[in-house]
Design a protein around this ligand. Structure first.
Ligand code: IMP
Length: 438
């Protein structure tokens, strides 16, 4: 083990509702790690990384794959559509990134099959105006089957006969449900089973006991970066339920989602935009309206990386960020997209909520309260000059430094890094100790 490089493993987690720019942050941090592991979610994520002017959007494969000396791992907590995964793998290789044996897939990860997507589409349609606004990737129904103990896992691809049997059984049940509940289209078992079995020849060589692999590598002094997808406010247990995703997006998910014990993880880095966005339905207390929101969307390119949907835009929400900081016990914050605020003379920051004549700053469990709560703002002076691409703290305008200090003080977590553009090096380091492992 190299003693000059303490083996601290880190989780990178979204502080808000996803789309915080975790892809760029994981890519920037990955240089100092050996392995990058995804622990939850599936191809609902869209991690955008720009390397030397080339844009990559990774949905399922961990961002670490873009660095040739890193191993990328998909943990047991991830849900995988094997057909979509192979398409993504082909796209990555076609873009000149050799994958080879650098991708390991947990043999315990659950599968997403076509009936999960059709079930989701029918269920969303049945909800009408109350729809959740999901990414339509079959994520929720796959996790439902996992919790219902009727899911298929990647290890089921090892034995064709067993896979056929389990798949046909599951499909018969899904088709009965689809016709009884939703009057939805039926999925043809024969065609589907053979199509998915064909993926086995390429998926199986990547399968591994990921918990055994990660723990052995850690014993050897290798460092692991756990790449969270979505964000804490979309976490199944702690987010704005039911407007959440179906996995454990908060840092705790890194343990259950990879088979690594909590005492092996040394820190948690929370990534937040300098403002806020949300895609899909659900409460958003600091949502801006009209031209303010449109300007943020236009300047920030705020359109979903997976679905292309316009993101709802608004202001930094201190009570929500403080809630995330507590849930994840954040060691440090990374603030992204600071430059998107360059045009503003004043920047509103939501510092507390008001509902039914009461002011409060804790994050409510009840959706009805969150939906009706009005954010109360403190306006901070803007800087009205370009911070795009800055790489040095001393180059930041005073107002920008004050803005960042305000966020850090309010949330109660130090800032480790600020991102000023999509490229790897458009980054200002405030404090590297958290990633140095000290
Ligand atoms: P699902 O994860 O597709 O089930 O969608 C549930 C909710 O999470 C919806 O509001 C989605 O828009 C949102 N969501 C899922 N993945 C992401 C993401 O990577 N970024 C932002 N929102 C997401």
């Amino acid at each position: 083990m190299d003693e000059s490089r303490p083996p601290q493993n880190l989780v990178v987690v979204g502080v808000q509702w996803g789309d915080e720019g975790k892809g760029k942050v994981v890519d920037a941090l990955a240089e100092r790690f050996d392995i990058v592991a995804r622990y939850q979610g599936g191809a609902n994520a869209g991690h955008t990384v720009v390397v030397d002017g080339r844009k990559f959007v990774l949905q399922l494969i961990p961002t670490g794959i873009l660095r040739p000396d890193k191993t990328a791992v998909l943990g047991n907590g991830v849900v995988i559509d094997p057909v979509a995964l192979l398409e993504e793998l082909d796209a990555v290789e076609k873009a000149g990134v050799p994958v080879g044996d650098r991708l390991l897939i947990s043999d315990r990860a659950h599968l997403i099959l076509p009936y999960h997507r059709s079930h989701e589409a029918a269920a969303e349609q049945a909800r009408g105006v109350d729809k959740l606004g999901t990414t339509a990737k079959g994520i929720g129904p796959s996790y439902e089957d996992k919790a219902g103990r009727r899911g298929l896992r990647t290890c089921d691809l090892l034995r064709a006969d067993e896979f056929r049997r389990k798949c046909c059984e599951a499909l018969a049940e899904k088709n009965r449900l689809a016709s009884a509940l939703f009057d939805g289209p039926l999925v043809d078992s024969g065609e589907m089973v053979e199509r998915y079995l064909e993926t086995a020849t390429r998926i199986v060589p990547h399968l591994a006991d990921v918990s055994a692999y990660l723990n052995t590598q850690m014993d050897r002094g290798k460092r692991v970066l756990f790449e969270g997808a979505q964000g804490t406010l979309l976490d199944l247990d702690h987010g704005t339920y039911p407007f959440v995703t179906s996995s454990s997006a908060a840092a705790g998910g890194a343990c259950t989602g990879t088979g690594v014990g909590p005492t092996r993880i040394g820190g948690v880095v929370g990534v937040s935009k300098a403002y806020a966005t949300r895609v899909g339905s659900g409460p958003f207390p600091t949502e801006a309206s009209g031209p303010e929101s449109e300007k943020l969307r236009e300047r920030g390119g705020e359109y979903g990386a997976v679905t292309g949907r316009p993101r709802r835009c608004g202001w930094f929400d201190v009570p929500a960020a403080r809630y995330s900081a507590r849930l994840n016990h954040l060691s440090a914050l990374v603030i992204t997209k600071l430059d998107i605020l360059d045009h503003l003379a004043e920047i509103p920051v939501g510092v507390e909520y008001e509902f039914a004549g009461r002011r409060f700053s804790d994050f409510p469990s009840e959706i009805a309260v969150l939906e009706c709560a009005r954010a109360r703002y403190q306006a901070l002076p803007g800087w009205q000059e370009s911070t795009f691409g800055l790489r040095d703290y001393s180059q930041l305008p005073k107002e920008a430094r004050d803005y960042l200090r305000f966020l850090s003080d309010q949330v109660g977590v130090k800032i480790a890094m600020v991102s000023t553009g999509p490229e790897r090096d458009q980054t200002i380091w405030f404090d590297e100790s958290v990633v140095r492992g000290q």
